[in-house]
Design a protein around this ligand. Structure first.
Ligand code: PAF
Length: 282
């Protein structure tokens, strides 16, 4: 497994792959890897000759007062995990100054409502940071496919649109959410939870499962589903950031469950913000 930390070496590596006719699957990460990330690596290895993973904690996607400084950076452990999979050919670990050289002033952002709803409403500027860094990474790595988790559904939808709008030749592949046995979606931020908070956190998934069952039983009102999800989360004594039902392609709010609807929620368990979602297709 090759570790590359500068952009010109990464260009060279990608060019070599192209020259040899190898396809490349790319898994962008901010490190603190878990089985969710490894499931993306597995899928990338199935569909491509070579697998490239990036590890970069992107300052541009953290707002003031967010957890950029305390975001976990267990680099050695991450590299070992990736090596142990025997499926990763290259890890790209650029530093902040190469991704954002002094004086760099260009951002990539979606100029529509998609970045202002759901997580965008409580994290202004977050998705501008995400689209900018992923556009940079795609230009550097030039993969055939990029693997994104449905856990960050809004991110995956926004990035897919950015790639279409900007004519990137990379194809996005959105992979299922990986969960703990009790349903908690895997997230690097789960490491912040105290044992007590960890016991409470699965209420987020349980509330989404409840909504899925309600739809199966015939409920079609988005308002009713959101109200019931909120009720269940509040019962567990957890603070809600948002609970929304939106069109799974446009992220526009829906009032009735029909077509592909993304029901997404964010909660604060203590200070830790957790997100989860389900896509319901009728
Ligand atoms: O999902 C993440 O880990 C990040 O948002 C990403 C896509 C690696 C961009 O920094």
């Amino acid at each position: 497994m090759k570790i590359i930390n500068n952009i010109s070496d990464m260009y060279e590596y990608s060019a070599k792959l192209k020259k040899r006719g190898h396809t490349a699957g790319f898994v962008p990460t901010m490190g603190a890897l878990h089985d969710g990330h490894l499931s993306l690596v597995d899928r990338a290895a199935l569909e491509n000759k070579k697998v490239i993973v990036s590890i970069f904690v992107n300052p541009a996607q953290f707002g003031p007062g967010e957890d950029f400084d305390r975001y976990p950076r267990p680099v050695k452990k991450d590299l070992k995990m990736l090596k142990d999979t025997r499926k990763v050919d290259c890890v790209f670990t650029p530093d902040k100054d190469s991704m954002y050289p002094p004086g760099s002033a260009t951002f990539v952002s979606l100029e529509n409502e998609m970045t202002n709803v759901l997580c965008g409403a409580s994290r202004p500027g977050h998705f501008k940071g995400v689209t900018t860094v992923v556009a940079e990474l795609l230009n550097i790595v030039k993969p055939d496919r990029i693997y994104l988790g449905q856990k960050d559904a809004q991110q995956a939808i926004i990035l897919s649109k950015m790639m279409r709008d900007m004519h990137f030749s990379t194809t996005p592949v959105i992979c299922p959410i990986i969960r703990e046995k009790d349903g908690l979606a895997l997230s690097s931020r789960n490491a912040y939870l105290t044992p007590e908070q960890r016991d409470t956190a699965p209420v987020l998934y349980k509330s989404l499962q409840m909504a899925e069952s309600m739809v199966e039983l015939g409920e079609r009102s988005a308002e009713t589903l959101k109200k019931e999800i909120r009720r269940k989360i509040k019962e567990a004594g957890v603070e809600i950031d948002y609970v929304e039902a939106v069109d799974a392609a446009t992220l526009a709010p829906v009032s009735a469950i029909s077509g592909n609807v993304l029901i997404a929620a964010a909660i604060f368990v203590g200070k830790t913000r957790l997100i989860d979602n389900t896509i319901i297709t009728i």
